[in-house]
Design a protein around this ligand. Sequence first.
Ligand code: LLP
Length: 419
Amino acid sequence: MSLPFDFADGVLHAERVSLASLAEQFGTPLYVYSRAALETAYGAYANACAGRRATVHVAVKANSNLAVLNVFARAGAGFDIVSAGELTRALKAGASADKIVFSGVGKTADEMRTALRVGVKCFNVESIPELDRLNTVAGELGLRAPVSLRVNPDVDAKTHPYISTGLKSNKFGVAFEEARATYRSAARMKHLEVIGIDCHIGSQITQISPYLDALDKVLELVTQVESDGATIHHIDVGGGLGIRYDDEEPPEIGAFVRAILDRIAERGHAHREVLFEPGRSLVGNAGVLLTRVEYLKPGSAKNFAIVDAGMNDLARPSMYQAFHGIDAVVPRKGAASVYDIVGPVCESGDWLGRDRSLALEAGDVLAVRSAGAYGFVMSSNYNTRPRAAEIMVDGDQAHVVRARETVEQLLAGETILTA
Ligand code: LLP
């Protein structure tokens, strides 16, 4: 089978495992990942980086399941984390601390302490107050914190406003005009060691040009900062490469990586280490969400297929009006109708797909495609709905990599007043 999720004998499979049998055995809603798809995507980054001073730091936020992270750790990946929780996950999945970069605008002193103690590769810092805090915390521990400044190159990544991060109007990064002065401030802080520069201009980016525009600005800054006496060992270009959900045509991973490394070399910076922080492009199309049709509800304005997965399981459609392909796991031969695929949550915004032409009956299992990134990780317990189980398929084997949550677990931390 060529694709990780493809039909064989009229049934959608993950590698060599029938998704119909997984839904039967483990119930729905169910996240299913393909190990081969994860390895193929990682391999595309790793191959394009081979022979260059370039490394891949998997953005844990996109999919933080331990088994998923472990597949990448075994392949030699580094990680990009944004919390102490993600740090714990990455280490538990087998990452070495010196391959972990710590991003995020709101690091607490506790999180800094934890990351300093384990010895992360770099703190990607986003403001002067954060530099101050890190300097203090490192001083208390008698350490020097390795630091990169996240600069905001003010380029338009031409993506959804909620996931565009490189514009002036975003909360992220140090404004480009202030970056040089901020580096000078960092250089004066005794417990910091400036080692790099980073940027991240957004997510689901389907063109290379915004990256090259951002790079040109970042490289110009590198030259200025070094003329002020700092040494920039590495350039972290962030993540953000898009995937195909519908009819998008993002560049291939290899072409994307080479375009960036070539530009850096052309501009005379080939001696520097380059870091990539991909999330979605590694895991997005390596996962599906299985959900069962509970009821069909025909109407004069709309036909609804009410399924057992909702916005609490997959938030992207309701949150960003994101499109996810939806297929019946065992497509029926009969005439198709047009349905809105909606969840059981008590919100009108609880939908997974709109105006989908499908031949359906109650009880059918649907696969919501491209759900491997920002899927389970963004799920919630709204409506006291336990979170889905997660399965990793490897060839003809299926492994439960996260058990389905129970209502008892949800209530475990709650108490009522006794008087
Ligand atoms: N590095 C940094 C600093 C980031 O903020 C992000 C994602 C990444 C790397 C990974 O970006 P990726 O390669 O996955 O695009 N929840 C949204 C996406 C939010 C992305 C946040 N930052 C969604 O479902 O589309």
